[in-house]
Design a protein around this ligand. Structure first.
Ligand SMILES: Nc1ncnc2c1ncn2[C@@H]1O[C@H](COP(=O)(O)OP(=O)(O)OP(=O)(O)O)[C@@H](O)[C@H]1O
Ligand SMILES: Cc1ncsc1CCO
Ligand SMILES: [Mg+2]
Length: 263
């Protein structure tokens, strides 16, 4: 685990280009900004090549797309591949809505993603494993989540992050787990979206090792949430969200190293 990638983000301020969803766009932009990268959002297909050109990573969020946006997402994914920019996708609710799963798989057949970040319900759907997903949430299932993540990674030939109480990161062969975090993340809609785009920031400074970038992003994000939770003596979702932004900016590599739990 290369926690120092956090310092590289802060030193080099990489541009992370996002197609976001309208629900969480501001959280995602501020999360990227607070950790030390530079967010830019796009909603117009005509600017795609130029946008990708100025970016160091691309994050595609499938949270609330319409047909024209699917064309835009496709163009962005193809441009990221053509311009060799790291590409992350967040397949929101593909476990709950079959139409979303079809769109996500169609898209991923037409460009190659580097990292998929989803919860157990989403990753199980992409792996064609039975799971009871609930809307945007992970839902429940009794399959081994490590095997689920590995199956999805092998199918899509990329790194997969299956996030949750324990984050599982795999390239289909190797597996890393991050044990840090807090249930308070679940009380803030968009924690997952923020993580996916922050994975983009880590990929941007990773020299092409997206497995390591994905692990480190998960460790840093989950640990920062845990630091905030340990400072609150009650469940306060609003305070958590605000303090999460503060600590994304303030937390040092040493702060994270002190509490990091992974294998
Ligand atoms: N029960 C939990 N305990 C500790 N950390 C958690 C828990 N659930 C989620 N997390 C953390 O929350 C962050 C977001 O992951 P999550 O799996 O909740 O994404 P998501 O379901 O896509 O969220 P969203 O609804 O915001 O899109 C990750 O850093 C993950 O480690
Ligand atoms: C609530 C919600 N609905 C579509 S996207 C989204 C935000 C979490 O991704
Ligand atoms: Mg999500």
């Amino acid at each position: 685990m290369k926690i120092d990638l956090l310092n590289q983000i802060r030193q080099t301020n990489p541009v992370v280009l996002n197609i976001s969803n309208f629900v969480t766009v501001q959280d995602v932009a501020n999360g990227i900004n607070a950790i030390g990268a530079s967010p830019i959002m796009s909603e117009e297909i005509g600017e795609t090549d130029e946008m990708v050109g100025i970016s160091n990573a691309v994050a595609l969020n499938l949270g609330a797309f319409s047909k024209p946006q699917v064309d835009h997402i496709l163009a962005m994914g193809k441009a990221a591949n053509a311009q060799h920019k790291p590409l992350v996708i967040d397949p929101v609710a593909v476990g709950a809505i079959s139409y979303r799963k079809k769109v996500a798989l169609d898209l991923m057949n037409q460009f190659q993603v580097d990292v998929i970040r989803g919860n157990a319900g989403e990753i199980a759907a992409l792996a064609d494993v039975a799971w009871d997903a609930k809307g945007i949430d992970a839902g429940s299932g009794n399959q081994d989540v490590v095997e689920v993540a590995k199956a999805a990674a092998k199918k899509q030939h990329c790194v997969v992050i299956l996030s949750g109480e324990t984050d599982i990161i795999t390239d289909g062969q190797h597996v890393a787990r991050v044990f840090n975090g807090t249930p308070l993340f679940q009380l803030h809609v968009g924690s997952g979206d923020m993580l996916s785009s922050i994975v983009g920031a880590f990929c941007a400074v990773s020299d092409g090792d997206y497995f390591e970038a994905a692990q480190t992003a998960c460790l840093v994000f989950a640990s920062i949430g845990q630091i905030v939770a340990e400072q609150l003596n009650e469940e306060r979702p609003g305070t958590f969200a605000a303090r999460l932004m503060d600590e994304l900016h303030l937390a040092s590599v040493a702060d994270i190293e002190k509490i990091a739990q992974f294998d």
